[in-house]
Design a protein around this ligand. Structure first.
Ligand code: F6R
Length: 611
């Protein structure tokens, strides 16, 4: 959460940083700010979106070639001009942007207050900048030394970029637990929370690691650890195009990303699924095959939508591989002293690869000897790097705050893993394996066919846009889809929505049903079909409004439901890949009809780098 950008070079820094902040706004959008280093440091910051900062600074002609910027998701202190970053130290010598949380900020603040420091904001960041200043003044040290000392005392997560009066030719950055990428240009350098503000200028990047300090001038990058030992920077080539992070004619990123799915799933399968030779290549699994085939247990850790993908994977892996699977909220797992050890495989699922809870959960499991496999979208992200092995989902950048194409790509990777491991373990016969491969190969085309029904979904959305509550019900593989449908609706439309296993209705939630309650059933043809038909009857008997996602040509449910949304027939193991699509579209259209900012829902941010 929070996005940071910095520039040092020969271009005017202001437009580069402003544009970068717009690209990073998905990480937080309650206030933003830019500090420029011209003759002296000038700071512009404001509550609200980056567009408000832009309008407010319209008349500013800033020629400075060095600057830092920040777009905030509030943690300490409400969104306000004062709490917006950058923050400046009491003397005015240091100006800093920060992404993360300084957990021991309260005690550091008391120390500083006792020494006469005053604070204009409620943020942990203002404490940090003054703490660095205090150490620098007390030790009469360089900024670099002061940062090393200060950061050893800081508890929490951070990426910081610091400017120092009198040193306009240099920025110093440091990271622990939050992401930082350096873009390497010719006579210019860029720093950002992810590569999206950088790719327009250069595709050569360095991913900074935890406990590293980067001293950046326009011609040089020096990396050191906190022990002051030099580190050789590893420059990588980005495999990303500018078009991937733009809306490409769609009204919103969310809609673009929903419609990206035939292509993103093709990318996900590319080089892995080979229908000519009836084979699957998943190098990250193959390199550690015995770890999986001999696993005593698989524990999946994730948050939010990625956790829902994990729930589907539980069904897939238990069915095809006969390995017990547990699916854990990373935030709970990390704090409850779980029993983990050698022989356990942890699968961490994350779009961003930076989710703080997931990251710490796998750190803990790694310490206890578990094997960590990352299913991650963002290449080079922290979770990808911390894992022993993994498989990228290759969904491309996901900018809309609500996860859509990342979810289906996660499901695809997890399905491939289950098929591969099941085949190798002998729990999946060759015939069944080949049948699944054939089903998988058809998925992108079936996704495209499902999305072609968007006008029908839009019509249903118009019908229910004013609903106050919503229930989503499913069974088996479609139960996690019900949870995901409810999550998507509440985050995009602010309608209260709950997902349940359909059979759980009669244990309580059915009391909610009346003629005003829309109940969305995920009722594709699978092993539970007849059971779910009965559940639909139970809702209709209580006058609930039923929307059903059904398999094409289903006449039985069509005769009972108020609205049906069709998806092509598919094996139940892969059904979530299709049945989730109408729920994504429904949330999107309802959100738009309610006049909401679907790409940036209130209170949310894309990459949750705080716990
Ligand atoms: C919901 C959503 C979130 C994320 C969650 C985990 O649409 O996007 O629930 O799924 O914050 O994020 P990642 O997958 O980046 O670890």
């Amino acid at each position: 959460m929070c996005g940071i950008v910095a520039y040092i070079g020969s271009r005017p820094a202001f437009p580069v940083i402003l544009k970068g902040l717009k690209r990073l706004e998905y990480r937080g959008y309650d206030s933003s700010g830019i500090a420029l280093f011209g003759e002296e440091v000038a700071c512009f910051k404001r509550k609200g979106r980056v567009a408000e900062l832009e309008a407010w600074t319209e008349s500013v002609t800033a020629t400075a070639h060095v600057g830092i910027g920040h777009t905030r998701w509030a943690t300490h202190g409400e969104p306000s001009d004062a709490n917006a970053h950058p923050h400046t130290s009491n003397s005015g010598r240091l100006t800093l942007v920060h992404n993360g949380i300084i957990e021991n900020y309260a005690s550091l603040k008391q120390e500083l207050i006792a020494k006469g420091y005053t604070f204009k904001s409620e943020t942990d960041t203002e404490v940090l900048v003054n703490f660095i200043e205090e150490i620098q003044q007390k030790n009469e040290s360089t900024l670099e030394e002061a940062m090393r000392i200060a950061l050893k005392r800081v508890v929490g997560a951070y990426v910081i970029i610091v400017m120092e009066e009198g040193f306009p030719e240099r920025l110093i950055a440091a990271r622990k637990g939050s992401p930082l990428v350096i873009g390497v240009g010719e006579g210019e350098h860029f720093l950002a929370s992810d590569a999206s503000p950088i790719i327009e200028y250069t595709k050569r990047v360095i991913y900074v690691n935890d406990y590293e300090l980067a001293i950046i001038s326009k011609d040089e990058i020096i990396l050191k650890n906190l022990g002051n030992e030099p580190i050789t920077p590893y420059i990588q080539q980005l495999d990303m195009e500018l078009a991937q992070i733009e809306k490409g004619g769609y009204d919103h990123f969310m809609l673009k990303e929903i419609f990206d799915q035939p292509a993103s799933l093709t990318d996900c399968l590319r080089g892995r699924l080979d229908m000519e030779n009836l084979s699957l290549t998943l190098k990250g699994v193959e390199d550690h095959l015995s770890v999986f085939t001999q696993a005593k247990r698989i524990v999946i850790v994730a948050c939010g939508t990625s956790w829902h993908a994990g729930l589907v994977a539980e069904y897939m892996i238990e069915t095809l591989c006969r390995i017990p699977v547990e699916v854990e909220y990373a935030s709970e797992f990390r704090y409850r002293n779980p029993v983990i050890g050698p022989g356990d495989v942890i699968i961490a699922i994350s779009q961003s690869g930076e989710t703080a809870d997931t990251l710490v959960a796998i750190e803990r499991a790694k310490e206890q000897g578990a094997f960590i496999f990352g299913v991650v979208n963002a290449v080079g992200s922290s979770i990808a790097r911390l894992s022993h092995s993994g498989a990228y989902t290759h969904a491309g950048p996901e900018i809309g705050v609500a996860s859509t194409k990342a979810f289906t790509a996660q499901l695809t990777v997890l399905a491939m893993m289950a098929m591969k491991i099941g085949k190798e373990k002998g729990t999946l016969s060759s015939d069944e394996y080949n049948r699944y491969l054939a089903e998988l190969a058809q998925i992108p085309a079936k996704v495209e066919k499902t999305l072609a029904t968007h006008e029908q979904v839009k019509a249903v959305a118009a019908y229910y846009a004013e609903a106050r509550d919503f229930l989503f019900l499913g069974r088996g593989y479609n139960f996690p889809v019900a949870l995901e449908g409810a999550l998507k609706l509440k985050e995009i439309s602010y309608i209260h929505a709950e997902g349940y296993p359909a059979a759980e209705m009669k244990h309580g939630p059915i009391a909610l049903v009346d003629e005003n309650l829309p109940v969305l059933f995920i009722a594709t043809q699978d092993a539970y079909y007849e059971k779910i038909v009965s559940n639909i009857q139970e809702i209709k008997a209580r006058k609930g409004k039923v929307i059903a996602v059904v398999t094409e040509g289903d006449t039985l449910i069509s005769s009972m439901a108020d609205h049906v949304l069709e998806v092509p027939a598919v094996d139940e193991l892969l059904a979530p890949l299709l049945s989730v699509l109408p729920t994504q579209l429904l949330s999107y259209y309802i959100g738009v009809l309610r006049g909401l900012d679907v790409d940036k829902p209130r209170n949310l941010a894309k990459s949750v780098t705080v716990e």
